[in-house]
Unconditional design. Sequence first.
Length: 293
Amino acid sequence: MRFTKMQGLGNDYLYLDAFAEPSLATRNDLHELTRAICDRHRGVGADGLIILAPHHDKTADVRMRMFNADGIDGGVCGNGTRCAAKFVADRGYILPSPARPIIIDAGPRKLRATVQYDRHGLVNAATVDMGPPLFALERIPVDPTHIREARHAEPTNPPQFKVDHRTACFVSMGNPHMVAFIEEPIDLVNLADEGPKFENHPAFPQRINYHIVNIISRDTITMRTWERGAGITQACATGACAAAAAGITLGRLDRAVRVQMTGGTLDVRLDETTGDLFMTGEAVEVFSGEWNH
């Protein structure tokens, strides 16, 4: 079985090409395959597995299914979507233009990607319309019986809640996020300890992606992430969108935000007209190989 490893800001995924091999999209062992091939000691190693296939109707160009490294369905994946756009454009499966974005059906959302090319004619970056942030607890989902509203002099929008010792906003970008704006430097937080506790907290019936954020200025934040099913990752694009959306809506950030993560920087912009979030970042192909297990 042929695979291709790709990464965006160090968030790495293994891609299966169901354009070339349609049977890959219908394998009945994808959860087990993901756990085996993503293992960083006994497999190829990655934060997740992504299968790309032609879409079955004309509402999108590509069907994209993403599994986190532990084999669970991951929902929407921002870094994975940029790399997916590169994958199909570089191979000529889809021929995008500035007026003709690549439409990727990521399951919970259909995402529109426009690509940038390097001097060799290959995609090196993409901008993706990620859709709107959702703050309603039932859309994330969050069980309100296991959290309490944080005390503020005035109600905040979006509302902030206490989960154990952290004050956080909850955001859905087609997958669930807990965003905690903190004053202590994020590098001093023991994320390996906090991450699994919040991921598996009873407040989150589908688990959650946990992000700790420092606001540097009105247009810059730094962020570290614990992703559900993958652990500490170099970057999380949907998490960057969630953090930017929470900060913008709270009035603490401008509508265009640079999100600095361990693996690099992502640019996120909230469109004032549509309410959609647009994120821009790199897309890199690392290598291809054969998996024979």
